[in-house]
Design a protein around this ligand. Structure first.
Ligand code: 5GP
Length: 206
């Protein structure tokens, strides 16, 4: 069978739910999965690498690219701009690779509007209060920023029903959540609508 286009997986959910850890773990064990690196105007955190974690852009450059239609979706999050470069996603899917990305919730819904075949996965902690614990533990934001992220998180939880899957990232059991995520990616490949008309027609008429 000819390999068709790849699938687009969107892992979203509030800041602190564990998107980064889970997606990193999944990428380490899934050879054909490609990660869509986002662009942002936020300043790099310690250890973040240009082109690997984000493309860090000055606001004017981000806006220029946005106005030229270079983003599949873009959003303001906590005062900074974040966007998904369109070209990489389209090209990689066309080459037959699966692509994974981890935008915030509004961005995830915008990806679905632009690309209805996208699979939307909502990642949540087993208790909402763990978001705060995790944001505090990673020590990358000020207390004020954490408070703002939690406010946004409350709003984001309201969109949970618009997603295809929910994965609960239980405290100290992130390995299980990675397996759940892997199971979703694996099963999606076998959805009936992913198979071409020709193959289905042949099967129907045997
Ligand atoms: P952070 O500053 O913690 O790296 O990201 C803040 C939020 O922006 C997170 O919820 C993250 O998932 C989201 N984000 C990262 N890249 C993108 C993107 O390309 N588009 C959108 N809409 N959100 C993004």
């Amino acid at each position: 069978m000819k390999p068709g286009p790849g699938l687009l997986f969107v892992v979203s959910g509030p800041s602190g739910a564990g998107k980064d850890t889970l997606v990193d773990a999944l990428r380490a064990r899934t050879a054909r999965l490609r990660y869509s690196v986002s662009a942002t105007t936020r300043a790099p955190r310690d250890g973040e690498i240009e082109g690997e974690h984000y493309f860090f852009l000055p606001p004017e450059e981000f806006e220029r690219r946005r106005d030229a239609g270079e983003f599949l979706e873009w959003r303001v999050y906590n005062g900074n701009l974040y966007g998904t470069p369109r070209d990489y996603v389209e090209r990689t899917i066309a080459e037959g690779y699966d692509v994974i990305m981890k935008p915030e919730v509004n961005g995830a819904l915008a990806v679905r509007a632009a690309y209805p075949a996208a699979v939307l996965i909502f990642l949540v902690p087993d208790k909402f209060s763990y978001l705060r614990t995790r944001l505090l533990a990673r020590r990358t934001e000020t207390n004020e920023e954490i408070a703002r992220r939690l406010e946004i998180a409350h709003q984001e939880m309201k969109f949970i029903r618009s997603f295809d899957y929910i994965i609960i990232n239980e405290q100290h059991r992130s390995e299980e959540a990675v397996e759940d995520l892997e199971a979703v990616l694996h099963s999606e490949r076998f959805r009936i609508h992913r198979f071409g008309d020709e193959l289905l027609g042949n099967l129907e008429h045997t």
